[in-house]
Design a protein around this ligand. Sequence first.
Ligand SMILES: Cc1cc2nc3c(=O)[nH]c(=O)nc-3n(C[C@H](O)[C@H](O)[C@H](O)COP(=O)(O)OP(=O)(O)OC[C@H]3O[C@@H](n4cnc5c(N)ncnc54)[C@H](O)[C@@H]3O)c2cc1C
Length: 421
Amino acid sequence: MKKITGVEILDSKIKEKLSTRNIYEILNNFIIPLITKEEQEFLVELEDFLLKEVEPKIDLTKDVYELFPILGKKNYIQRLNKYGDLDEYGMRYEILLAMAISIIDPELDLARVVSGVIFSNPLFQYGNNDHILEILDEVMSGKKIGCICITEKKHGSDAVNMKTKIDDYNKDYLVLNGEKVYTTNGSIADYYVVYGVSNIADPRGTMSQIIVEKEFEGVETHRLGIQSIPRVEVGQIIFKDVKIPKENILGGKGQGYKNLFSGLVAERDAIIGSSLGISWLTAITALIYTNFREQFSQPIYNFQAVSFPITKLFTELMAVTDFGIRTATEYEKTLKYPDETKFIKYNAAFSSGTKFLASNLAYRISYETQQLCGGIAFTDNLKIDKALEVSKVQEIIGGARNIQLYLVSKAIKEIVARVVK
Ligand SMILES: Cc1cc2nc3c(=O)[nH]c(=O)nc-3n(C[C@H](O)[C@H](O)[C@H](O)COP(=O)(O)OP(=O)(O)OC[C@H]3O[C@@H](n4cnc5c(N)ncnc54)[C@H](O)[C@@H]3O)c2cc1C
């Protein structure tokens, strides 16, 4: 795929002011009051690392995957699950990680979240043998890449009724047949978490969750032409009579269905972090740019037609950020009290509602700030256009907008049915 980069036409004085260091410092003003002292220290150290070790190596003509091992060195492939001897882990840390990486490179964070959280979380949760732990080590180092295969050509939102088959439970291995599409990282990944059923008439009762390896015979991958994220590979994955050793099962018949649904909450929460990062990136970029860009002999921020829409977006963003961090706290609560179904149900609906708000806001902020900053925001001199494209993808992955609304509408209807007799 052709990756376009162009010349620099941004005023050099404004460019200096738009440094990522300044963007992080403005972000910290809004975030620090919402997080603990330990989280603040984590965030500041992370930002420093990204500025020194990652930003200089970003090349918009190359895929993002070369940057993974740099993140891996400091255990920044994910922070949802405890890995190694670090104490800074959990959904709140993961959201901070996603925000900070999205600000430096939104495409990098999209690919990282898929490998580090959406692929790896089931391995952390259900992996119970040495082989799976080895796979986790490889993926956490950033040297190997993971992806998740749920969506099929004919089953997107209606994912449960998938047609991919996983058979032969009575042999030493399982046999996998089917086709998955839109798999982020899929055409470059080393490992795939795959869902399939042994009886398509009973997906809930027979769904399994397994790990497939690139080297297994019968695995075929092709890259899709997703033009909005040229540095991230999105693939079609075909499985033809692939033999799966039993040590690669994460969830057997029926358990796969439960794992799929409990995993979706973590998936949505991680995407919230990336969407917040994109929103802060474009909002702060616009705030700085419009304060120094002059037209009619004054900064364009002096025109209320520019400053008021930016301010309105900031107020929405402050609210959704508070919500996003709250969603992460709720997620941690569900892990602490796994038997409290009321927490779990509340959190599932809350995460859907917040994912809807955050990803939609990321798109609106990027779109509006592009118009408010003018032509420069359509070039690669600013990160707004790149962020806008990634925000579109974030709104559809992890379940399209309507599916998030559907989940919230179902949950609030249940409350009415329970309370109003
Ligand atoms: C770039 C990209 C990356 C992706 N990465 C992954 C990945 O890594 N792994 C993976 O498994 N999937 C991935 N997906 C797939 C993504 O999750 C699906 O695209 C999404 O679930 C929607 O499915 P669909 O595209 O088949 O659309 P459809 O399900 O056909 O939906 C089309 C429209 O109909 C609406 N709709 C459908 N059903 C209902 C309903 N009951 N009520 C109201 N509206 C409804 C939807 O909201 C949507 O607006 C990715 C998609 C893209 C585009």
